[in-house]
Structures are given as C-alpha cells and as structure tokens.
Write a protein that binds this ligand. Sequence first.
Ligand SMILES: Nc1ncnc2c1ncn2[C@@H]1O[C@H](COP(=O)(O)OP(=O)(O)O)[C@@H](O)[C@H]1O
Ligand SMILES: [Mg+2]
Length: 271
Amino acid sequence: MRIVVNELHHTYPAGVEALRGISLVIEAGEQVAMVGQNGAGKTTLVKHFNGLLQPTQGSVHIGDWDTREHAVSQLAARVGYVFQNPDEQLFTKNVHDEVAFGPRNLGYSPERIERLVEDALALTELTDKKETNPYDLSSTWRKMVALASIISMDTPVVIFDEPTTGQDAANIARIANVVRVLRERGKTVITITHDIDFCAENFERIIALAQGRVLLDGPANDVLAEDELLATTYVDPPQLTRLGKRLGLPVTVRDEEQFLAAYREFIGTEK
Ligand SMILES: Nc1ncnc2c1ncn2[C@@H]1O[C@H](COP(=O)(O)OP(=O)(O)O)[C@@H](O)[C@H]1O
Ligand SMILES: [Mg+2]
C-alpha cells in the first residue's frame, strides 16, 4: 500500500510549527528508517499516517484513501502504529487479550483472530507468556507485547516509534527479526530510531528529518555518506561507516560485510 505525503504542514494548537512542508512517497513493501534529532518532527509525521493527527495544510494518502476522509478506526485496518512508550498502549489483564484486542476491534472472525494472535505471539517470542499480566513483565517484554498487539492486526503498513530505545542487545535482535519477517511478508515497515546501527543494519532507505523538513531521503549508503549534513540533525553514521571514510575506501559502507568487501578491493588495488 503506497503512502504519499504531499506538502504536509502541521502546526500544534499551541503554535509549534512541527512540520513545514514534507513531501515523500513510500512504496508498498518498502522498509524505511526515519532519523533526526529530538523534536525534528518524526513522531508528528507518522501520526498523520494513521489519522491520529490531521494536516494543517497538505495531504497524506494511504493507498487510495485521503486520511482527511477516513476515521482513525478505519485507518487502523491499514496502518499499525506502535507507540514509543508501551504503557500508553497496554491496558488489558493478560498478554493474549492485549494482542487479540486489535483484530477483535477490526471485526475479524474468531478463527482468524486466534490465528493472528498465535502468529504475533510466536513472532515476538511471547507464546509462553500469554496468560501473564503485561504489568508483571519486564519493560523489555512489555515492549514486545506492544509490538505483538499491532502485528496481530495484519496491517499492510507497520510503524515502530523508537522500538530499540532502552532495550538490551537480545531484545534489539528480536526486534530486528520482527522487521525481517515483516519484510518477507511484503509489509511496509517505517521505523523511527536513534539507534544508527539498528538503522544501518536493517533498513535500505533512510529519511532524515530536521526542523520539520526532509533533510535527506535515499538509499541508506547514500544518506550515511552525508556525514556533515547528518551532523546538523545530530545523527552520526555508524562507526564502520566513519572508519571506512577515514581509510579512504572508495564506497560508503554500513556493515561488516560491506566494509570487508570494500577493504579487500581497496588493498588489492593498492598493491
Ligand atoms: N502535543 C504537542 N503539542 C505541542 N507541541 C508538540 C506536541 N507534540 C510535539 N510537539 C512539538 O513538535 C515538534 C516535533 O515533535 P515530534 O514530532 O515529537 O519530534 P520527534 O519525534 O522527531 O522527536 C517539537 O517541537 C515538539 O516539541
Ligand atoms: Mg518522537
């Protein structure tokens, strides 16, 4: 499902101009990471995708729907949004009901709901915790419940707002696996993140926002090559990317495989 953002502006009632003319297209099945300093407008932008916020000016289309013409409850069938703070999202007494709430609300059949819930619990490694009260879980597992309760809605578009913040390495790996599986299923995944390694390792496209505008938008390697522009929105490319640049590698690299391939070629051509 294609997302088209056209000249989007958003000013909060208090007068803060959070978005100042954003235009971009995200194709069906794309995985996009969104970066940029605190207050750049990332959360404000994605809250327009499921109708939590409406444009002050400009428009957002989700497939053939103009978000101004559809209620949040309708958009929920197309766009799933995982809040940065799971506590804003969780409210039932056990994990199973939490994860079943979304698909129930969408009016799916009991069989389909059970299938979606089992699948979402398995994907987030929560199957053995389904009878547990989310508030008896660690914040790490509560995060996974928040992910599961959106994945179970089987929407074509899934948004994660800062999924790795405050998570340990094991949970970051679990979240990366969720992103990978959703990619294989053809879902559009949009992830806001401060974790530049997570971003570089899992996303082919990066959008950098600064002060309510798009600063950079393109293939991950090209965006990460723009270290000086990225610095203006307080984003540092991964350490390997910076090291590759200092070594004088002819291409921008963003993971170990790319680094080694470029380095071997570089050494070879030096001889
Ligand atoms: N509910 C709100 N009311 C007023 N201003 C807000 C609200 N939410 C965010 N803002 C402001 O809008 C700007 C963009 O915020 P936000 O979209 O949360 O940025 P990011 O997610 O990139 O950190 C900031 O200046 C922020 O203070
Ligand atoms: Mg935010």
